[in-house]
Design a binder for this molecule. Structure first.
Ligand code: CA
Length: 407
């Protein structure tokens, strides 16, 4: 067993050294003029928990650095971070996943603003992960009628954004719901969904009138379904600015389809569109002893390598800038969610439970039964733009190179 672990560490080291060795050979195509206000975002929701557990980040010269400053220097324009209402059990034990409560969000917001980056606030309206399969309302809202829940959602949005505003955080986009797909904060009927979304949109505009508001859906490979969502939120008269989608290349269809469906939404309803989440692996290996969601099955066009990551990001940017109506940007999802720092599962389990740097702790099981069974670390450390020790991969350079015309 010990030999196997040492062998795996050796192989990992070789892969990472090879990855770093690409520093001078990274090729980025020229996609023409990138609009000055085009968003190259990075979701950093877990970074505070990682740093609390001892993780440090480094620049391309190997010097320890503030990751927010490093990202700004490398062409990132926006930081995205999720917000959960109450990610703790009754004894105050953390659910994990970055402990994304308002205090964490304020810290991320302040550091973003200090580094000259804008913030995208991702309201899940849940105490833990919300996605197409899970839209569990916060514990405190679960017995509420729709009208009371709408009021609570308005108040929570208002108070959370006010906390950011008081600290001078530069909020650029407020996202009302995460991967909602006809399911939002426990509601499935469109009248109920629209009632709640309307509350959030109004609160956002009240605190940050100049920020864009966004609704976020996923599964763009199903164009008919996505167009149905756009039609429904239009039919209920929701006033929002950005129709956003997740687009993970290994799940969500071709770039041609993405461009076609987003353009149709933009042209039909007069909305801006964007890709709110994307990512791609640089290796098939896991580095934190907690399995990854994507470890096999590379797309033909993109090998699992920093070059593959950069090519994917460049092709997506090219599609949005040059072949999609009213596209305003893309966000890379959790590009710094690396190994928490341990050299064994047992060491990492302590870090995840103490600092929340894994996707879930066992204490989240009371709220999310899957978390109770499958709690652990990062499922996307092989899709980061940093190696397991916090050094940037060559792929982090893709954003600035796109802005500078490729090379
Ligand atoms: Ca992992």
């Amino acid at each position: 067993m010990k030999r196997l672990v040492l062998f795996c560490l050796f192989v990992s080291l070789c892969v990472y050294c090879c990855a770093l060795g690409e520093a001078d050979t990274l090729r980025v195509k020229n996609i023409g003029k990138v609009p000055e206000d085009f968003i190259f975002g990075m979701d950093l929701s877990s970074v505070i928990s990682l740093e609390a557990g001892g993780t440090r980040f480094y620049d391309f010269d190997g010097n320890e650095t503030d990751i927010f400053v490093l990202l700004k220097q490398n062409g990132i324009t926006h930081i995205r971070a999720r917000l959960w209402n109450d990610p703790y059990d009754a004894q105050g034990r953390i659910y994990g996943g970055g402990i994304c409560d308002i205090d964490t969000l304020v810290r991320i917001g302040e550091r973003s603003t200090n580094a000259g980056l804008k913030l995208i606030v991702d309201f899940h309206y849940s105490d833990f992960w919300a996605d197409p399969g899970k839209q569990t309302p916060p514990k405190a809202w679960q017995a509420m009628s729709l009208s009371k829940k709408a009021r609570a959602l308005y108040d929570f949005t208002l108070s959370s954004l006010t906390a950011l505003k008081k600290r001078g955080v530069d909020v650029s986009i407020v996202q009302i719901g995460n991967e909602t797909n006809g399911f939002f904060c426990g509601e499935t009927g469109w009248l109920s969904i629209a009632t709640l979304m309307d509350s959030g949109l109004k609160a956002a505009k009240r605190v940050y009138p100049d920020a864009l508001t966004a609704l976020h859906f996923t599964d763009p490979e199903n164009a008919e379904q996505l167009l149905y969502y756009a039609k429904q939120v239009g039919a209920f008269g929701l006033s929002y600015d950005v129709f956003a989608v997740s687009w993970y290349p290994f799940w969500h269809g071709s770039l041609e389809n993405l461009s076609a469906v987003l353009s149709e939404v933009a042209d039909t309803y007069g909305k801006k569109v964007m890709v709110m989440e994307t990512s791609y692996p640089y290796t098939s290996l896991d580095s934190d002893f907690s399995g990854n969601t994507v470890s096999v099955g590379a797309l033909d066009a993109y090998p699992f390598s920093p070059q593959g990551q950069a090519d994917l990001i460049a092709d997506l940017a090219d599609t949005l800038v040059n072949r999609t109506s009213s596209a305003i940007g893309l966000v890379y999802w959790e590009g710094a969610w690396i190994n928490a720092g341990g050299t064994s599962y047992a060491q990492n389990l302590k870090l995840w439970e103490n600092y929340g740097s894994g996707w879930a702790t066992r204490f989240a099981g009371e709220y999310d039964p899957d978390a109770g069974k499958y709690y652990g670390g990062s499922a996307v450390d092989n899709q980061a733009l940093f190696d397991p020790s916090g050094h940037p991969l060559p792929s982090l350079k893709v954003f600035r190179r796109l802005i500078e015309g490729g090379k």
